[in-house]
Design a binder for this molecule. Structure first.
Ligand code: NAD
Ligand code: UPG
Length: 445
């Protein structure tokens, strides 16, 4: 099949590359020339494991091309995939200007029957708006489809090649057949539904996953008070197939380019229909609060933070990505700096992106984990990079000026703490706290 993908962010690039890997002829288009030049030089603008090799292989086979020429690329293809960004507006609503722009450019380039697939996450009704915009510019026949994307950053290639399900929202029999054929080799879980339901499935899925995270974070907070261990609680809960084991890792809350914006967008979508989505509003509030537990704990251990040096390990919102969009590290670092602390940070991959987006000028960027921890009054782990998990705690202890370690992602195990004098605090695991002044034991009255 001849496919053109518009947008070379995570979704556009990864899905375009994977469709070419499946034997299709793919052109990935972006209006940012620098991105296309990079891709044409064989460089990849994002850090995503496995992607560079796939791009190289498929370019070599002549199945994958990159272009800034949207018009010519649309003319060339039968299936056009829209994968442009839908960032938040200041009020939380999805900004659809990139979508509208792409639809109008597609409309102007139409030269025969095409299937216009939207993979971007868009509010209910947007695909119909796309249909209207294209029809305003062209009399050529076309169909639309909502095929939301569920890949995760860091595992985007394997998620795309082995998806849990493919959702195809369409009102056309031709689209059902063609898109089922396109995705058939990926999974047998191909669900064909109406367009509005497909759009809603994406928001509902992200909102539900965000809800799981805020739920387990609140359980963790209660575990700290009653002397239970949230990792054991999550493990025990996860065996219930109705609950499932995933997305029950307590920590400093979710960040990233999707959960924060999509939960806000769904609250707005509901609000526009006069529905107050109370549960999701709480999920967002709990998530925002959770990151500040790191600071509350530092203060309870060390008193005032003014003049103290705090080391930060991890700036990305999760490991295996250089994406820092909505990373909890921004607010934690800003708050520490406002309190008068000196902050030194290290991330194996995401530091450059963080620097470009962070307005804390005094933040010191370090080249190694050791440098960020060196002579610090406390060290906080904000991203669970494997590199951090493998550093012996005795070594960390020897680097620090004061032995305070706040593990915001529960990456260390009890046995690793043995033989250290570290004052250790993690999330919802009070039994592992070392040197922390414990609240009075919980007694059932
Ligand atoms: N990032 C993820 O992990 C992920 C996963 C699932 C779904 N989504 C959704 O997919 C969409 C894209 O996300 P992303 O993170 O890949 O976006 P992104 O913002 O990283 O990339 C979008 C790209 O589209 C390009 N673009 C915008 N308008 C264009 C136009 N008219 N012509 C050509 N190129 C244009 C931009 O230059 C940019 O490179 C969003 O709606 C997002 O919510 C993202
Ligand atoms: O048990 C967990 C799982 C995740 N997180 C955090 O949640 C955030 C998001 O993680 P993850 O979902 O792995 O990454 P994303 O790449 O943002 O992927 C989400 O957002 C994408 C964009 O919509 C969807 O396509 C994916 O299905 C959805 O998982 C990160 O900050 C994680 O640290 C937790 O705190 N605890």
């Amino acid at each position: 099949m001849k496919i053109t993908v518009i947008g070379t962010g995570y979704v556009g690039l990864v899905s375009g590359v994977c469709f070419s890997e499946l034997g299709n002829e793919v052109i990935c288009v972006d209006h940012i020339e620098a991105k296309i030049e990079m891709l044409n030089r064989g460089e990849v603008p994002i850090y995503e494991p496995g992607l560079q090799t796939l791009i190289a292989n498929n370019r070599e086979r002549g199945r994958l091309r990159f272009s800034t020429d949207l018009g010519a690329s649309v003319k060339h293809a039968e299936v056009i995939i829209i994968a442009v960004g839908t960032p938040s507006l200041p009020n939380g609503q999805a900004n659809l200007s990139f979508i509208e722009q792409a639809a109008s450019e597609i409309g102007q380039a139409m030269n025969g029957y095409k299937i216009i697939v939207t993979k971007s996450t868009v509010p209910v009704g947007t695909n119909e708006r796309i249909r209207d915009i294209i029809a305003q510019h062209s009399k050529e026949p076309f169909d639309i489809a909502s095929v939301p994307e569920f890949l995760r950053e860091g595992t985007a290639v394997s998620d795309t090649m082995n998806p849990d399900r493919i959702i195809i929202g369409t009102d056309s029999e031709v689209v059902r057949e063609r898109l089922t054929e396109l995705h058939r080799s990926l999974t047998s879980n191909i669900i064909v539904t109406d367009i509005r339901s497909a759009e809603m499935i994406k928001y509902a899925s992200n909102a539900f996953l965000a809800t799981k995270i805020s739920f387990i974070n609140e359980i963790a907070n209660i575990c700290e008070k009653v002397g239970a261990d949230v990792t054991k609680v999550a493990y025990g809960m996860g065996f219930d197939q109705r609950i499932g084991a995933s997305f029950l890792k307590a920590g400093i809350g979710y960040g990233g380019s999707c959960f924060p914006k999509d939960t806000q967008a769904l609250i707005q979508i509901a609000g526009q229909m006069d529905y107050d989505f109370k549960l999701l509003k709480s999920v967002v509030e709990v998530n925002r609060e959770q990151r500040f537990n790191v600071i509350r704990k530092l203060e309870s251990l060390m008193g005032h933070l003014a003049g103290k040096t705090i080391g930060i390990w991890g700036l990305a919102f999760k490991p295996e990505t250089d994406d820092v969009r909505d990373s909890p590290a921004f607010e934690i670092i800003a708050a520490l700096t406002e309190m008068g602390a000196k902050v030194k940070a290290y991330d194996p991959i995401a530091a450059e992106n963080f620097r470009r987006n962070c307005d804390v000028d005094s933040l010191i960027y370090c080249d190694t984990a050791r440098e960020a921890a060196w002579q610090a009054d406390a060290l906080c782990v904000l991203t669970e990079w494997k590199e951090f998990q493998h550093i012996p705690l005795s070594e960390i202890e020897s680097w620090l000026k004061s032995p305070y370690l706040i593990d915001g992602r529960n990456i260390y195990k009890e046995e690793q703490l043995a033989n250290t004098q570290l004052v250790y605090y993690s999330v919802g695991r009070p039994g592992m706290n070392r040197g922390v002044k414990e609240p009075a034991p919980y007694i059932l009255l």
